[in-house]
Design a protein around this ligand. Sequence first.
Ligand code: GLP
Length: 240
Amino acid sequence: MDIRIFKNEAEIGAAAGKLFCDFVNEKPDCVLGLATGATPVPTYNYIAEQYAAGKVSFKDVKTFNLDEYCDLPKTHKNSYYTFMIENLFSKLDLNLDNVGFLDGNAADPEAESARYAADIASKGGIDIQLLGIGRNGHIAFNEPADEFTGESHKIKLTDSTIEANSIYFDDIPMPRYAMTMGIGSIMKSKKIVLIATGASKAEAVKAMINGPVTPQCPASILQQHEDAVIFLDEAAASLL
Ligand code: GLP
């Protein structure tokens, strides 16, 4: 793991955003794996600024997102698809036909998982995957479990995740299920960039970096990835 510590989330946004823009400039038709949550927002803002300044283009880039809530219309204001449109896609010259998303309303989650894996493989696999981390060490929606997950699947969210994310749901109850890329799908990415900011992530960060590799802390699997870069602010790194 390549661990980089910054003063605050603005500095991380610039550093991680630059890493992604440099990557796209080197490989303009690359495949990006993208994440939702509050953590990547400064990174997305930096990328959008670079695009607005004419420093990078996404017209040939393909993207795949990590996860999506179940039982929520795709265009609901709290869907992860809407989050990506609002926070990034609408600000770039990205072709929406090149945007890959899991269908949280798929009648057959297994078939949907197979479709997603085949779609990713047909584009050559994910070149660089952005990740956040949950307070319980989850990545995407892979919650602590007895075994590491494989490919995409439907998952029941834990109380910790429901508590953390329900602040965003002011009109309807937060969904209890989600479709998520599995740990196996994430580990296939050629490069992984995980960002963690704030004291609420310090325990999870410590377990991810210094703890054993265990499905009880899904992010700990990144210790075994050949090219994982971890961006931390001082608060998230405070227990290392
Ligand atoms: C969510 C997402 C994850 C995200 C994590 C942390 O539940 N499924 O992809 O990394 O929780 O979110 P935040 O960045 O808002 O703390």
